[in-house]
Write a protein that binds this ligand. Structure first.
Ligand code: BGC
Length: 748
């Protein structure tokens, strides 16, 4: 069919709308009310480029903007309100720079600690990632700027990210990888979603109707615009047909789409829908007038607070922290990273910060006697002179603060890491320093996990700051001196060794395929199932105070309520400092049908409790968080008895209780392909089948003998009915079975 065109040039115009006009902008169509829309990276601050020298890899310098803590740090706050506040601040800067769309947040799952872009992502747990990314979306969009959930979906590695196929089974696909996006879509209601570069089970995400239309729009109710990742469309016509609205970057023509529309291969209705979505995006992003004013100093202060609140106190064995600025006489500040901060990762998310404060600057301001020594080189080359000077400074000082971490080159978009170890020169230096000082505090700066197992006993206190954003040094000093009581908790497990990690064998795949062989068992789900020791568990983080948990009360809601149950707990701050605790609720739902993780995070709450006081915390668990994806039956709700575990981390469960959920326990629906044993066990089908068998003289011959023999019985009970029917002299017919099926509920 050839399209009749009553608006000359209109198909050209419609085709153009499906792509950008250049690197960052869309085309305009005044007759359809479609205005120009400007986009910019990225998740933790703006990267607005000069239109004359654009790039999508963060190479060219961009206009100054506040560099907030990247997702790896914000996730450790477990604080949705804080994340939303940062989102709002990014959006205000976006409006000030004429940007309508922020290309973030990124919420791909941390399948392997080696993924080179983990610093841009939130967690190994889909609930935590989804809730926090949803909060970021809410924050950004509250100021009239569109947020973009990316990279949809299964972009969990950088190696061959544009060609690899993520090969995954239905259950982990839905329960882990898509679930994070589903939660963020439902909680944040984003106006944009970005498709990923990779393929999923052999089909490119950018041209998957199943992903972009059936799941995203029809199942989850997304009503915004889908944009491609930059250069991530391989067949522009298939992409538009699948539901990808905007191919970026773009140019002055969109030939393939135009020819397909002219030839009737692409329905004009699809193109009109793209235009309508662009118009809607233009309206949504113009909804708040006038634009709120950006304030560099206020945003820097927010950056400082967010970074400090996201810091994770891993250990404080000798009670070294917080440092008392009045009694500590002299500090040796050691580490090149104290002078040259690692505060963000490299690539498209890289921000040109409005300010940058190093630990050297900030500690120098806070304390009078601070001696700095670089100690090591960032290129990893051993330097005996630097090392000796640092050891000397440590020996002479009252307290040592060492800033250790990963060099920038280790963590960048476009490549994965090969190790989770700190550079050897740094570990070596720490050993030498700890030999001359018993008061060593280690501050870590890295965007993806480093194992501390081999060296953590060399320091009295260890704080993981991840990547802090631009207020780097100030956030460090705030935590070390106790101005901020650390309340961060690990959003990902720190493993003992790379060989222990779930995707170790399958990452990053081969022959352009990466098999998700660990299935559901990502992060703590893996270490728990295998009862493996870890360096620090998911959810771990200490405080300068202590919290007690007590009085767990579970309130089961009616089956018609979207909330399945609430759990109330009293959290008491029994120390002498105000602090914040992250109460984590895990559910263990055993099932005879699906193999279940030992426990799964289903809700959490961050609560601030003043010293000596207690707070009653109530956490609601929505029913849909308790669903599991049965490979044949699709989504099924957990039913029957489940355990509710309240923990201060995944391995520090403080209170537990059981709960009987109204649904039936997970079960496989009965079909003709179900084994004889399942038919017998089914409460309605079993008696009916037995009655038919008895009426027809019972099981006879070899089958009957085996059934009566304890050693042979299971071999017969395991045969599917469809197969048993093919044996001679079976005492029931296909018609009998059809009658039974018609009279029962196949799901017991
Ligand atoms: C990245 C995206 C980014 C885009 C535009 C791509 O290389 O994967 O996250 O938004 O470039 O810079």
């Amino acid at each position: 069919m050839t399209i009749e065109n009553d608006r000359p040039g209109d198909l050209d115009q419609l085709a153009l709308l499906c792509t950008g006009s250049d690197y960052w902008n869309t085309h305009v169509d005044e007759s359809r009310g479609v205005r120009r829309i400007r986009m910019a990276d990225g998740p933790h601050g703006l990267r607005v480029q000069d239109d004359d020298s654009p790039d999508h890899l963060g190479l060219g310098r961009s206009l100054p903007a506040t560099c907030f803590p990247p997702a790896v740090a914000l996730a450790s706050s477990w604080d949705a309100e804080l994340v939303a506040e940062v989102g709002g601040a990014i959006a205000v800067e976006a409006r000030a720079q004429g940007v309508d769309v922020v290309l973030g947040p990124g919420l791909n799952m941390k399948r392997s600690p080696l993924c080179g872009r983990n610093f841009e992502y939130y967690s190994e747990d889909p609930l935590l990632a989804g809730v926090l990314a949803g909060a970021m979306v809410r924050g950004i969009q509250s100021k009239g700027v569109a947020a973009t959930l990316k990279h949809f979906a299964l972009n969990n590695q950088e190696t061959e990210r544009m060609r690899v196929s993520a090969d995954i089974d239905p259950r982990p696909l839905h329960e882990i990888y898509l679930r994070a996006f589903e939660i963020a879509v439902r909680e944040g209601e984003p106006w944009m979603v970005m498709s990923s570069y990779n393929a999923i089970n052999g089909e490119y995400a950018s041209q998957s109707k199943w992903l972009l239309t059936d799941i995203l729009r029809d199942e989850w109710g997304f009503d915004g615009l889908v944009v491609s990742d930059w250069g991530g469309v391989y067949d522009p016509v298939a992409a538009v047909a699948a539901g990808l609205d905007l191919r970026m970057p773009g140019s002055a023509t969109n030939e393939k789409v135009l020819q397909a529309a002219r030839g009737g291969k692409l329905d004009v209705v699809v193109l009109e829908r793209v235009a309508a979505r662009l118009r809607q995006l233009g309206e949504r992003t113009a909804s708040i007038v006038p634009a709120p004013k950006a304030d560099v100093a206020t945003n820097h202060a927010l950056c400082r607070r967010a970074a400090a609140e996201s810091a994770v106190l891993l250990h404080n064995k000798r009670g070294l922290l917080p440092l008392d600025v009045t009694s500590v006489k002299s500090v040796a500040l050691i580490g090149e990273l104290a002078r040259t901060p690692r505060y963000q990762g490299a690539g498209s998310s890289a921000v040109n910060p409005t300010r940058l404060v190093s630990a050297l600057e900030a500690l120098g301001d806070a304390m009078s006697d601070v001696r700095f020594e670089a100690g090591y080189r960032l290129d990893g080359v051993a330097d005996d002179t630097l090392r000796a000077a640092a050891v000397e400074a440590a020996r002479a000082a009252d307290t040592v603060v060492m800033v250790l971490g990963l060099p920038a080159v280790d963590e960048a978009e476009g490549h994965d890491r090969t190790s989770i170890e700190l550079p050897a020169v740094q570990v070596d230096l720490l050993r030498a320093v700890s030999a001359v000082s018993s008061r060593v505090v280690v501050v870590l700066s890295n965007g993806s996990v480093v194992t501390t197992a081999g060296w953590r006993d060399q320091c009295g206190a260890l704080v993981e700051f991840w990547l802090t954003g631009q207020a780097h040094g100030e956030a460090i000093v705030d935590v070390l001196t106790g101005v901020v009581n650390p309340a961060g908790r690990l959003a990902e497990t720190i493993p003992l060794r790379i060989e222990d990690t779930p995707a170790y064998i399958d990452f990053p795949g081969e022959g352009l395929h990466v098999r998700y062989g660990e299935g559901l068992y990502i992060g703590y789900r893996w270490y728990d199932a295998r009862k493996m020791p870890v360096d620090y568990p998911f959810g771990h983080g200490l405080s300068f105070t202590q919290f007690d948990y007590d009085d767990l009360v579970i309130d089961r809601h009616d089956a018609s309520d979207p909330i399945a149950f609430t759990a109330s707990i009293t959290v008491a701050n029994v120390g002498d400092r105000d602090g914040a605790e992250v109460v984590q609720l895990y559910v263990a739902a055993p099932s005879g049908v699906l193999r279940m993780p030992e426990q799964e995070l289903r809700a959490f709450a961050k609560v601030r409790v003043a010293a000596g006081r207690s707070e009653r915390v109530t956490i609601a668990v929505p029913r849909n968080r308790l669903r599991h994806f049965h490979p044949q039956a699709g989504w099924v709700e957990t039913g029957g008895e489940v355990a509710v575990l309240i923990g201060a981390s995944s391995r520090d469960v403080r209170l537990r209780s059981t709960l009987d959920l109204p649904n039936k326990p997970l079960s496989e629906p009965l079909t003709m392909w179900s084994p004889l044993g399942h038919w017998f066990a089914h409460p309605q089908a079993g008696p009916k089948l037995n009655a038919v068998i008895d009426a027809n003289g019972g099981m006879r011959g070899r089958l009957g003998d085996l059934l009566a023999d304890p050693a042979g019985r299971d071999s017969i009970l395991g045969i599917p009915l469809a197969s048993i029917m093919q044996f001679p002299r079976i005492p029931f017919s296909e018609q009998d079975l059809a009658n039974i099926m018609a009279a029962i509920d196949p799901r017991p």
